[in-house]
Design a protein around this ligand. Sequence first.
Ligand code: GLU
Length: 300
Amino acid sequence: MRRTRTLAGLGIAVAAVLALTGCNSGTPTDPGSGGGDDGGDAGAIWEVATDVSLEGSPTFDAMTKRDGVIIGVKEDQPGLGYLDVTTQERSGFDVDIARWIAASLGFDENQIEYKPIASANREQAIVNGEIDYYVGTYSINDKRKELIDFAGPYFITGQGLLVGADAEDAEAIEDFNGKTVCSATGSTPIQNIKANFPEITTVEYDLYSACVEDLLNGKVDAVTTDQAILIGYAAQYPDEIKVTGGLFTEERYGVGLAKGDTVLLDHINALFTDGGTTWQAIFDKNLGSSGITVDQPVVD
Ligand code: GLU
């Protein structure tokens, strides 16, 4: 289904996301009923395809040979890509998009191996063939496209700010001139700050959760990355931290895959384009209560 994007502001209903991050039972266990919360047909969001053939896709050939899919993900970003270390359950919008793609290729949950890969290491993991594709808040840009291809976009957000709950005069990135801001190595937000805001001191880690720790401990003044990510953290600590200000970049999320595998690329883009209400169902399940209002973007 093709729809135009309407980014009608990102309200911040953090408490609602908190409820979601803890109870998002998104792991389909019944191979025939992907996405069903109870493993039964009633809650099914997608189905596992049968007799799939993707002639001319080296990635699909490798998947078929090993009888499984290896997907690069994030696992410390609640609401998007998250691993509950206690239950070992993975949840989030990106994780479900990744599962939907796997199902469309004929692979069920039991045939998926998830590999957590930090922002800075994504292109290399794809180039090296360590993963079949990557779904994890991965912005499409020209520099990355020199090394890999992107299907999508499947989601649009933008860079925002996370600050202490009592922070004042902290609405715009310029308010952090002379202050310290944390983001992830290799991410578009850290590159933006370094290139365009020289008066801001940067701290960087592999993971945004490490930045959030620093913010909670008063070691940095703000965390900056995509607002959709920040909303998930704010929901974890609603009394301590808050999302502030608006979006100051546009981040278009794509599925990273091996450069030149146009057969797989076309397959995923066709899934996004012709997927009916599945995208919306995945959004509603994972981000529906977050305050984010965004329609499925049109595929490039
Ligand atoms: N979307 C941005 C990027 O791809 C930030 C989020 C992330 O690091 O995954 O760099």
